[in-house]
Design a binder for this molecule. Sequence first.
Ligand SMILES: [Zn+2]
Length: 140
Amino acid sequence: DTHSQNHIRITSSEILLPRKETAAQIDHLRRLLNERAREYLLPRLEKHAAETGLTPAATDLSNAKTFWGVCRPHTGIRLNWRLIGAPEYVADYVCIHELCHLRHPDHSPHFWHLVNTLTPHTDNAKSWLKAHGRELFVLG
Ligand SMILES: [Zn+2]
């Protein structure tokens, strides 16, 4: 393990924080990941929007502590930036889930039928978020 005490290291599967991380280092890392999340998540959402024909009024990131995505008719879809740390199929599932709310604002059987028509990842993604979602809050 090359983890040093003075550096923040990000690999494809984990974020290792310095043993004595400072608030400034955490802020810096959070800002960095926010920028990456914008580049990674929003084009992904827009690709799914184009493919499904479900078009949100706008797209943006959110810093919410309680949801992965939100969809409202007038403000569009916002995705939690922390999904930058989730596997791609999980990010894809959240995109599809929120896009389907444009047609069904509830979690009715019609909603889930549409979700499952558009992605095969529902069960695996929900399991992943249940098992690992809290880990994405390591930076607060
Ligand atoms: Zn929902």
